[in-house]
Write a protein that binds this ligand. Sequence first.
Ligand code: PGA
Length: 254
Amino acid sequence: MRHPLVMGNWKLNGSRQMVNQLIADLRQELSSVDGCDVAIAPPFVYLDLAKHTLSGSRILLGAQNADINLSGAFTGETSANMLKDVGTKYVIIGHSERRTYHKESDELIAEKFAVLKEAGLIPVLCIGETETENEAGQTEAVCARQLDAVLKTMGAAAFEDSVIAYEPVWAIGTGKSATPAQAQAVHKFIRGHIAKHNADVAAKVIIQYGGSVNAGNAAELFSQPDIDGALVGGASLKADAFAEIVKAAAKAKK
Ligand code: PGA
């Protein structure tokens, strides 16, 4: 039985005041909820403060990116070891915003995946097709290509204790979520693709859905057998909405 994971991706949002307030509110909203792992991924500069503010709660810490280098002359970068040092457990890699705005390739993202595993962190590998690719019927081919970059270099075993987030790019921040049936079909494909290499790992890997998840659509998405939680952007900035999503996951996967 897979334990669901709901993770908030704060993107480029936050302040010290917001970290303190949002975490205080989340701790209260989620104090009696179990059956779902919960994590938040604030911007790098607030990780340390967030870790401190989360102290004693079961909410875990995630980061939104990591460099492939561990130290040295790489101005502006943050290493996996630094993220580990401040108490991060999960690291989002391959988010479509990084693929698009920072031109990150499948190969670079696979390298990041390897570095995170080596550091003992849990990669949250984002994959998903654009609207054009979706309309051209290329959804499965795109997801397979993005997974293959990791499979080719590390094998299916790399997905043990790792997380995949299926995020159709057309659903991110648009308010236009994939339907539960649409998402389930792709999640099933993703699990099947990994199962071709290792059925045991495929059965265990957490596959989150991401893209306009909110308090209203979460329960239906989580009712699907291969949807193991969510990567939440906009709705993770509001404690009550995020808590509703977590509660929906805990309830659906009981
Ligand atoms: P959204 O973002 O929930 O605001 O659509 C999801 C994501 O980008 O991870």
